[in-house]
Ligand binder design. Structure first.
Ligand code: FES
Ligand SMILES: [Fe+2]
Length: 391
């Protein structure tokens, strides 16, 4: 009688197990994601002299900025009796816990324990700290093991005349949104109204092609007249594409880059940087218009509540009056509609899922290498990588 495990008997079973979805430090995908620099906050979310909790990769951290502007990332809890460090006081050279005043330097070293005179005891207490850097309006951190790799640069965004930085949460596993980003056909249906309606992209369903590249993959939406829209997936979780102009004074399509960051298995955040081609007074107009749109959105029923009402059958998508954040609602409904963690073993993939199949293969190969202790692929971002709008 064969003693082979089901995995050995059928290698395909490996890929149907829940591998990509896992986020903990012990999981393969969690380790893989942690082997890259990843954004964990917008730079504007953390002012000098302030601290805040950060929940990412199934873990929690304390992010603080000393009064001179330097960012620090450290453990979530105080080693004394475990309260949240982010509620404490940021000082010029570290952070002090709110509960009993223990003080930690920016290198994590405990410096003061009020009421304790045993210096040796104090010296033995140290917080874990993580490398952290500010870039393109985001706070990037390296929370993996060992020395961090060199931080990649995205020069097309460094040169942009204006950078618009934003973030949002979505109540499903982060990998569903990674897959969504290279899903060219969903634009025709999910976004049949709203942002893409008059973009010229939705007139016909494109033929999907995909190729592996030095940085990940390029997904192509090929139209019958030969026009091609290129969307880039930069390993492991970055999407780069072009979006139609939507602001006054904006003539060019925007360069868009985003990172999908797991919070827990069933919640993720996206950090978005958009290079907008506007200059001078148009920048002020852009900011004023954006703030106004955000105020409009804040006055409406939340996108999440609306999406939930669609998913429960209380209303239909077509019942939603026009609103500026309709694209996010459309994506929320389809992605959260897949289930908090989609059951990939029950899917039926087709021709239009080519890019997603390629992405999964590439991820599987990396996760297998990690599991076997073999070297991972070293991805390279070309100097001026830029997507094409396909028009
Ligand atoms: S719990 Fe932080 S000082 Fe006591
Ligand atoms: Fe979408």
């Amino acid at each position: 009688m064969s003693m082979m495990s089901p995995e050995a008997a059928s290698p395909d079973l490996w890929s149907t197990k829940r591998q990509f979805e896992q986020v903990s430090p012990a999981s393969l995908a969690g380790r893989f994601m942690r082997s890259f620099w990843q954004p964990i906050a917008m730079a504007t979310q953390i002012e000098p002299g302030r601290a805040r909790p950060v929940h990412a990769f199934g873990e929690s951290f304390t992010l603080y900025r000393t009064p001179d502007g330097t960012l620090n990332l450290t453990e979530f809890r105080c080693p004394h009796r475990r309260t949240q460090l982010s509620t404490g006081w940021v000082e010029s050279d570290g952070i002090r816990c709110m509960y009993h005043g223990w003080k930690f330097g920016t290198d994590g070293q405990c410096k003061e324990v009020p009421g304790e005179d045993n210096e040796n005891y104090i010296r033995r207490i140290k917080l874990k700290t993580y490398p952290v850097r500010e870039y393109l309006g985001l706070v990037f951190a390296y929370v993996g093991d060992g020395e961090p790799p060199e931080m990649p640069r995205y020069t097309a965004f460094e040169d942009a005349s204006y950078l618009d930085v934003s973030t949002y949460f979505r109540d499903c596993n982060y990998f569903q949104n990674i897959e969504n980003g290279i899903d060219e056909v969903h634009v025709n249906f999910t976004h049949s109204t709203g942002l893409f309606e008059h973009s010229g992209l939705n007139e016909e369903v494109p033929q999907v092609e995909a190729e592996q590249t030095s940085y990940g993959l390029v997904a192509k939406g090929v139209r019958s007249d030969g026009r091609v829209r290129e969307t880039h997936l930069l390993m492991p979780n970055i999407l780069m594409l072009k979006l139609p102009p939507s602001a006054e004074g904006e003539n060019e399509w925007r360069n868009y880059i985003s990172w999908r960051i797991p919070v827990t298995d069933t919640l993720h955040m996206t950090f978005i940087v958009q290079g907008v081609s506007i200059a001078g007074e148009d920048i002020d107009k852009f900011i004023a218009a954006r703030d106004e749109v955000n105020a409009q959105i804040a006055a409406l029923e939340s996108f999440k509540d609306v999406s939930r009402r669609v998913m429960s059958g209380e209303i239909a998508m077509s019942d939603i009056p026009p609103r500026p954040d309709i694209t996010g609602i459309q994506d929320y409904v389809t992605q959260v509609g897949q289930g908090e963690i989609v059951d990939r073993s029950a899917e039926h993939l087709g021709r239009s899922d080519l890019a997603i199949v390629l992405l999964r293969r590439m991820w599987e190969r990396e996760l297998r290498a990690l599991e076997m202790g073999e070297p991972l692929t070293s991805w390279e971002v070309p100097e001026m990588l830029a997507p094409t709008k396909g028009l």
